[in-house]
Write a protein that binds this ligand. Structure first.
Ligand SMILES: [Zn+2]
Length: 285
């Protein structure tokens, strides 16, 4: 087992990165590491993740009771969310809860993170479920997360709130957070360009097979041929403006041909004349 001081120090280092990258402002966010069956180290409440020190990290049991009574710091109230994930998934040893701006924008808009678009996101995140809004720090928050996750899930978006990422290691959970926000930033930039290319079904199946070869299981491989990947993309796709087509007026020999939809010079002059006549008629009457 990793030395407990090393784990505390790593929690401070990860906290600093979370703060530096703007995933948590002020005292927002929290992360934890499960160090034994009934022991979890978690960040304290009321401290910026950018300024944590190893002695501030608190110790709780699996019921959320703070064990280190001598610690003047109090455990985060969000630890219940972490504990529910640990109970549902014994393979998970670290949980990171943050408010990454680009990903959280999707949760604010109640738009699920789309799938079948970016290979990195498919391999390292997979399906990212979105929960309905629940009050932070209440047990319903954890229940809503457990209700939408399966054995392969490593990231969940919390409605109107933020994200929670989890993994076998703290670094692994933090990487999920970075990849999640980077992917959502790319999606928002793509939206500005006005159109998006979705991977085809054979491309998605191929990708999920590659993922399996990496040792990363993904339940979607069993249903990808039936179109389960991207089944929830509609809310995001609906934010794009309808596509306007550019009609090429070039002939095969490069000669400019008349675009039937375009107005000729004569048509335009006649329109200007009609408008002018109407204005003059108005002035004279
Ligand atoms: Zn939060």
């Amino acid at each position: 087992m990793q030395n407990q001081f090393q784990v505390r120090k790593e929690m401070c280092d990860i906290g600093y990165r979370i703060w530096l990258r703007g995933y948590c402002a002020g005292n927002e966010g929290n992360h934890s590491v499960r160090i034994a069956e009934d022991r979890v180290l978690c960040t304290p409440t009321g401290v910026s993740k950018g300024f944590l020190t190893p002695d501030q990290i608190t110790v709780v049991d699996m019921d959320g009771n703070q064990i280190d009574q001598h610690n003047p710091m109090k455990r985060t109230s969000e630890v219940l969310l972490h504990l529910q994930i640990y109970k549902a998934r014994p393979d998970v040893r670290a949980v990171v809860h943050s408010h990454p701006p680009h990903a959280t924008a999707f949760a604010m808009a109640n738009i699920p993170i789309p799938e079948g678009i970016h290979p990195e996101a498919e391999v390292f995140l997979g399906k990212v479920p979105l929960t309905a809004y629940t009050t932070p720090s209440y047990k319903e928050l954890g229940e809503s997360v457990v209700a939408v996750m399966n054995q392969d899930t490593n990231s969940v978006m919390l409605g109107n709130h933020g994200s929670v990422c989890f993994d076998r290691t703290l670094m692994g959970a933090y990487y999920k957070l970075e990849i999640l926000d980077a992917y959502c930033r790319i999606l928002l930039l793509t939206r500005q360009l006005g159109r998006i290319n979705q991977l085809t079904q054979p491309e998605i199946i191929e990708l999920l097979k590659v993922k399996e070869k990496f040792g990363l299981s993904d339940q979607r491989l069993a249903c990808a041929a039936r179109g389960c990947v991207g089944a929830d993309n509609e809310p995001f796709l609906a934010t794009f403006e309808p596509r306007t087509r550019t009609v090429c007026a070039c002939g095969e020999d490069g000669r400019i041909e008349k675009d039937p939809a375009a107005m000729s010079e004569g048509d335009f002059e006649s329109l200007v004349q009609q408008v002018t006549d109407q204005i003059m008629a108005g002035v004279q009457s």
